[in-house]
Ligand binder design. Structure first.
Ligand code: GLU
Length: 484
């Protein structure tokens, strides 16, 4: 019988969910779904110095927001399992595959300096490996602090494994340090806890970022020391800034939360992140994928080896695509918090604008929104009184009387259209019918400015439709007043 595929995402709760973390989680999730396996979430919180309160909740929220659900009801949290790890460390100690080390940090840094100076490989010099059992017991009983180190076997030359993305990887064991597996505070290190948990949860595929590649030989040696089956590994390429440096906060937003707050839709972020280092293979140019679609087609074999550049412009373009395709009621619902922010920021009383009005604004803005946080921002004239001047209303070298005549024409047109016919289609046709086709600018420019007070805006028929007949006539009349 074929083994069930089990993958996991194992973040450390040190802050927020990074875009790179989202990609790791997504690929692990998709791979498990594709093969009807399981995707697990585990919190690796054994490094107490890097622990951030509340970070785990944020991680979970971000994953859920993105639509990535894990299959384990109880999340594995490493800090709850110290006894388990200790048991395994004990086993290695008994089998002499691990040893206590009492070296102080001062001594270790002296040692490192010496090795560097003498161009030696920097690694633990095994001073404590020769301690007798009695001495160890005595020192522990006296309360001396110690760690436990894994003893890299001397009898094996290379650790070799076949990475699912980069192929054969081989490292000489001589280059591998006798890593610490249990710290003096009683917490295991990442290496030990990671291997023990992956084994206990029957993980078949470890999919993680390239930065962990150098840890993998250590992990493989640990699996072997325990006599356990080694899972398959896939190390994902780095995410890069446009200048090909490692994606970092300095060059823009990197957390999923930042993108949520700026008004990215989870569908867009997932679609974009899925394509950061993966495609369907030669000749397939499909760009838009839903999560459900990806669950059916994702495979590790099409993940690239080279780093992937994070291109915010492309993400924006993708977000705009998803925004454009939203039903207006759903768009309205999704923009609730952004409307609130917009009104607060601009000191406008939200109460004055009902759902109907906001939906009208949205239906005009929808085509142009890159991020949901932009709602209202570019078209503030929908919500505030405007001020115009002669100079603003003038198109190129137009005479005053010509500007007036354009405005008068628009005013009588608006007056002639009945309330029930006040819709975009009629407004658009009627406005075009009264303007001289040779002189569109002379007509539309003053009308646009009169209605919006802004040089850039949606076309006049859309603005007039949103603000309504009364306000449209009022604004045109105010503009005419500038010339009296
Ligand atoms: N805790 C590690 C991290 O924060 C997990 C690496 C792994 O997946 O093995 O990324």
């Amino acid at each position: 019988m074929l083994k069930m595929i089990i993958t996991r995402f194992a973040p450390s709760p040190t802050g927020y969910l990074h875009i790179g973390g989202l990609r790791t989680a997504l690929y692990s999730y998709l791979f498990a779904k594709r093969y009807e396996g399981k995707f697990l979430l585990r919190i690796e919180d054994t490094d107490r110095s890097r622990f951030v309160a509340g970070a785990e909740e944020k991680l979970q929220q971000s994953l859920r927001w993105a639509g990535i659900e894990w299959d384990n009801k109880e999340i594995v949290r490493q800090s709850d399992r110290l006894d388990i790890y200790r048991e395994y460390v004990e086993k290695l100690l008994q089998e002499k595959k691990a040893y206590h080390c009492f070296c102080s940090s001062d001594r270790l840094s002296e040692m490192r300096k010496y090795q560097e100076k003498n161009k030696q490989l920097v690694k633990y010099d095994r001073t404590c490996l020769s301690l007798s059992a009695e001495e160890i017991t005595e020192r522990i009983e006296k309360g001396e602090k110690s760690v436990v180190r894994f003893r890299i076997p001397d009898d094996q030359e290379n650790v070799t494994f076949s990475d699912q993305i980069r192929g054969k990887v081989s490292i000489h064991t001589y280059a591998v340090d006798d890593q610490i597996i249990l710290k003096s505070d009683g917490f295991p290190t990442y290496h030990l806890a990671n291997v023990v948990d992956d084994h206990i949860s029957d993980v078949t595929h470890v999919i993680r970022g390239e930065e962990w590649l150098s840890s993998t030989p250590k992990h493989i040696l640990l699996y072997k020391a325990f006599g356990w089956e080694v899972p398959l590994f896939a190390h994902l390429p780095l995410l890069l800034n446009a200048d090909r440096s490692k994606l970092s906060k300095r060059q823009g937003d990197v957390s999923v939360e930042d993108y949520r707050e700026r008004g990215y839709l989870p569908e867009a972020l997932i679609n974009y992140v899925a394509l950061l280092g993966w495609n369907m293979g030669k000749g397939n140019t499909q760009e838009f994928f839903t999560l459900k679609e990806l669950e059916k087609i994702f495979d590790i074999q099409h993940v690239h080896k080279a780093g992937a550049v994070f291109d915010i412009k492309r993400l924006q373009w993708m977000n705009a695509h998803y925004i454009k395709n939203l039903d207006i009621d759903i768009l309205f619902e999704k923009t609730q918090e952004f409307w609130k922010q917009f009104f607060e920021k601009n000191h406008i009383d939200q109460e004055k604008f009902d759902e109907d009005f906001l939906k009208k604004v949205l239906s005009v803005e929808q085509e142009r929104l890159l991020e949901l946080s932009e709602v209202g921002e570019k078209n503030i004239f929908f919500f505030q009184e405007i001020a115009v001047s002669k100079e603003m209303l003038r198109w190129k070298q137009m005479e005053d009387r010509d500007v007036m005549s354009s405005l008068e024409k628009a005013k009588s047109l608006f007056e002639s259209i009945e309330e029930k016919e006040w819709n975009q289609e009629i407004l658009s046709t009627e406005l075009l019918s009264v303007c001289d086709t040779e002189k569109k600018g002379e007509f539309f420019w003053p009308v646009r400015i009169a209605l919006t007070g802004a040089q850039q805006s949606p076309p006049p028929h859309q603005v007039a439709w949103v603000i309504g007949k009364e306000k449209s006539i009022q604004r045109i009349a105010n503009a005419i007043d500038c010339f009296k």
